[in-house]
Design a protein around this ligand. Sequence first.
Ligand code: ATP
Ligand code: MG
Length: 430
Amino acid sequence: MDLRAVRGMNDILPEQVQRWHQLEADFRLHAELYGYAEVRTPLLEHTALFSRQMGETTDVVEKEMYSFERHGEQLTVRPEGTASAARAYVEHAIHAKEPITRWYYLGPMFRGERPAKGRYRQFYQAGCEVLGDAGPVCDAEMIDLVSSFLRRIGVPGVAIHVNSLGSAGTRARFRDELLKYFTPIRDRLSEDSQRRFERNPLRILDSKDPRDQEAAQGAPSILEMLDAEDAAHWKGFQHALDVLGLPYVVDPGLVRGLDYYTRTLFEVKAIGSDLGAQSTLLGGGRYDNMVESLGGPKVPAIGFAMGLERLLTVTPEPPARRGPGCYLAPIGAAAGDKALVLSRELRSFGVRVELDGRGARLKPMLRRADSLGSRFCIILGDAEIERGVITVKDLIGHAQEEIPLEGAARILADRVSEPAPESNHPRGNR
Ligand code: ATP
Ligand code: MG
């Protein structure tokens, strides 16, 4: 039996986790800067939540969801965060408590699609949702949040694609136009597109199959079909983007993979990355009808989600984590006891400590202290303990001295927080 990790699901080992922490912390800070608060919803939801909101004929619902029956309930491990957030919003009647809600979330999503670089079966998303604001300025501010975040984390180049899908009436007229356009060339489409042709021709525009992309070359543009209100919203959105000085590409072919979108739609792609078909870092849009369709009042909303694996691929590697402030190397039984107590004291001063409890000889302990990048190696020998001293070896400044064991923790804590020679790390190895 093969007991490796499930295909498309990755372990994140400690040396990588540091980057994840940083990215997540940056995201939280940034979202809070814009007034968002975190919401945490369950990993499991009723299957119907996703199949109804995301659309029965979307790729995610048709073939990518992890769904199963348990205790008489049809359940799905969440493939995305928006439907869950909207469900929680309705369930807790948030609209009655505040006129505008800004939520963000962070966590794993699950989709059984074909794994590739930047495409996994368990992947992590961070996203934001605003509920209760229908205006186009809100949409532009969301693009601003996204673009300043990407700048903050050091993503080198991005292209912001925007489009409008209009409201329900516009979409229905667009659907008819698409049917008219694709009918004569139907047999040139991919099998998937032919199968769901009548039910959802918009899907053809979002397909990654080259046959569909080719056939969609001359497809009608939804932007020419917007009604007066949709057009005013679309114009207001672009105006606010211009006020903010945000560059963008109008992309009438942008429809995105889910059915719940209305009006504003956007996607941000990495330029010059080696992500290929996975270069879309994030996507989002308005979903003005979802709250109502979940049994809530008519509350407009907009949101986006970004893939954290893809972000990590396009951001620079940070410098390696520095080693502990003190590496404790006791030689002998009495020294071992003193080292145990000293470690605890040092940690109470906030010093990162590793205690070598292997009972090893000095050389391998020093080697380990060095390879960890420790600031100091503290050598405790039984003979020194008898004299009431310990040896402090400065592994960066390459000096060595004895200090009294009594009060050593405070002295070492002070030294660790001083910058090391030839080190520009402001806080040392603290
Ligand atoms: P794609 O077009 O790449 O399939 P999508 O339209 O399915 O993306 P959304 O559902 O809008 O994507 O999700 C938003 C973001 O989440 C994507 O832009 C991407 O960064 C990330 N994402 C989506 N699916 C995956 C996946 N299987 N593995 C890794 N990241 C993903
Ligand atoms: Mg997808």
